[in-house]
Structure formats: structure tokens, C-alpha cells
Write a protein that binds this ligand. Sequence first.
Ligand code: NCD
Length: 305
Amino acid sequence: MRHLIDIKDLSVEEIKGLIDTANDIIENRAAYSEVCKGKKLATLFFEPSTRTRLSFEAAMWELGGSVLGFSSADASSTSKGESVTDTVRTVGCYADIIAMRHPKEGAPLLASLSSTVPIINAGDGGHSHPTQTLTDLLTIMREKGRLDNMTVALCGDLKFGRTVHSLISAMSFYDNVKFILISPEELKVPNYIRQDVLEKKNLEWYETDNMENALGEADVLYMTRVQRERFFNEADYLRLKDSFILDTEKMKYAKPDTTILHPLPRVNEISVKVDEDPRACYFKQVENGKFIRMALIMMLLGVTK
Ligand code: NCD
């Protein structure tokens, strides 16, 4: 039995396989409409979500399976004091696969140790978010035709943004990828990403607070929201929340083919006017999220077309 807890649980070949399957699903939707018939996905969301939970659920429905679950901790026995371990042992009696989001870093890993069905980490605290990264990789591949030989700029809350941590880890698998990390001083990438990924793998990277210069170099710009829910005090959030805003003026510094991504939800960090720019790909990214999750569910359940 396989789980997906961290993007590093997948090899480059497996990621390629998932991207190929997602692309095939996009071309041949009908061929996949019954592959998970009789199978059930449980979505256990102890933290708010729109895209991740609904794309998992839409993915399972489109594969012919069905879905059960809860969308907040208050609606489950967690509110009565039940442990994550007991919750997943219970849900494993009802479902064939579980997607779990939890505010505590490591909760899906802990759950996987005693689960009788595959667990997918749908975001654990400020740590990691491997299925968003699969979504990002599929989108980059579809927009750029490659995952190597490029400069990726990541902007915003690089400290608490779990999608950033997983994306840097994943992109470090590919040749000649350079990173530009744009953030306020207080929201730089955590040490474990710096030491275990960027430095250990001897990657080319630099930190800056100059968005204009970075835009001129970036093949992909990955914008992120300042993660209000992870701050210890509201004053710090208010001070930092609008540090970097991508607007149509700033877009003039970008290359003609820079791909603009954002895991969403957006708060203020991308002006809505940018949505009309053909380089803005964050709504395509939303759509791709469902297809790559279909491919992942199939892989973990061991089903084929
Ligand atoms: C992200 C998350 O939950 O980490 N959203 C998502 O899954 N698409 C990003 C965020 O909340 O800022």
C-alpha cells in the first residue's frame, strides 16, 4: 500500500507517469468514467478548503467512484477529543482511500502509520502540500513543455506557504532549475528548505525583495498569499500582507512568455486586472488540479484505464 505524504515519496518517473495520465484524461475523459466504480474516497478536512477538497471529490466522481467525508473538525468526533489515528482507523472501514488536510504539521504522516487504506496529504499546517505541487507541475509542463532548464521565482509568504516548500522540493529534481525567492525578511523560506534542498543539492538560487528585477528573469512566477492563520499576531500579518502585489504595471517587467501561477485563494497579491493577461495561468491551474488528482487516485488504488 502506498501513501502520498511528501512530494519526495514520488520518483521523477512516477511524476512523469501521473502527468502523462492526467494529459490522457484531459484528451479522453469518457475512457476514465468508470475506472473507480465501487470505490470510495473519504475527504477528511480539519482545515478550510475550496479547491483541494472539491477537486478531490470531483476527481473521484469523474472516475465513477463515490465520496464521503467532512469539511471541518467541528463536524467530526475530533471536537469530542478523538485522535487522528482513531479517526483514520474508523474511516478506513468505510472508504478505500483518504485525502486529509490538517492544521498540524505531520498529522497525515502520523495517520498513515496506522491506516489500512492509502492516505493522501492534502496540506499539513505550514509544512507541505504535495497534490498542489503535482497540479503546479502539470500546469508548468502544459504551459512550458518542460520542467527543466528554467528560472522559477516564488513570491510572498515563503515561510508558512506549504505549497512553496513542496514546489521547491519537486523542482529540485530537474536539471538546471534556478530559484529566485522574493519575500519580506520575516517570511523567507524555512531553514530545512534552505539546508536540505537548496544548499544540499547545490542549486542556483538567490533571495531578493526586488520583484521587478526578478520578473525580468523568471520563466515561472509563483505568487502566494500571506498565510494569516499561521501568524502569532494580527499586527505582523497586517504589516506584511501587502508586501508584494502583482499588478498590470509590474507585468510590464515580465518576459512575454512568463507563466504566472498562484495556488489560490488570492487575497490582494494579484490585481484582478492581471487575470486578463494571457500569461496568467492560475485558473488553468485550478482545472488541472482535478485531472492530476484523478491520475493520483488511480495510481494509489492500483486501477488502470
Ligand atoms: C493553498 C493551501 O491550502 O496551502 N491552497 C490550495 O490548496 N490551493 C494555498 C493557500 O491557502 O494560500
